[in-house]
Design a protein around this ligand. Structure first.
Ligand code: 5CA
Length: 164
């Protein structure tokens, strides 16, 4: 039986089909707006949730996509060293303009403007990971290798070391 997806989730599903992925977008009654909520809703570890974070490079103004494990805080200094310029945090309008999606449902793929992409190496320890699929109630499951090939992202160490 086909359940109808909301239009943003449908856009992500169509992208996955076009790229030959078997993944199916699922819309859940519970919120998947944050990584802990998404982990709770699908019943996985928070580290298996892909956070799709948009940054704005300060000098060039370009968007940078960081795909981080839900368990990690991003070390922005490391990303700045990789791109060679300082980062500013993107505001909600910039996120929508770059991705075509609203915060809380930003998927790692199917963006309006494809961006330079970095992938958290900590995601590679899991057989399966889950990412947002366009809305704060939609997710899809994939493997880390599929995430790499879909996004053409560079796998790097992203996590900030705990302070204590
Ligand atoms: N659906 C979940 C799990 S996949 C999700 O989208 N999580 S997330 O972490 O990728 O997206 C939430 C992120 O949006 C936050 O970590 C934060 O970086 C960003 N964010 C939240 N509020 C704002 C805001 N007002 N301006 C800019 N970015 C924001």
């Amino acid at each position: 039986m086909n359940q109808e997806l909301s239009s943003s989730a449908q856009r992500v599903q169509e992208y996955l089909v076009a790229r030959g992925l078997e993944s199916r977008v699922v819309e859940l009654p519970d919120s998947t707006r944050t990584a802990p909520e998404a982990a709770q809703a699908v019943g996985c570890q928070v580290g298996q949730i892909v956070k799709s974070l948009i940054f704005r490079a300060k000098h060039s103004g370009r968007g940078v996509l960081v795909l981080a494990s839900g368990a990690n805080r991003v070390n922005e200094t490391l990303i700045e060293a990789l791109i060679g310029e300082p980062l500013g945090k993107a505001d909600a309008d910039f996120v929508r303009q770059q991705t075509g999606f609203a915060i809380g449902g930003v998927p790692p793929v199917a963006h309006a403007n494809p961006m330079l992409t970095y992938i958290d190496q900590d995601l590679l320890q899991y057989a399966e990971i889950w990412a947002a699929a366009g809305t704060p109630h939609a997710v899809f499951r994939l493997s880390p290798q599929e995430l790499i090939s879909l996004t053409d992202g560079k796998v790097v160490e992203i996590a900030q070391q705990p302070h204590n």
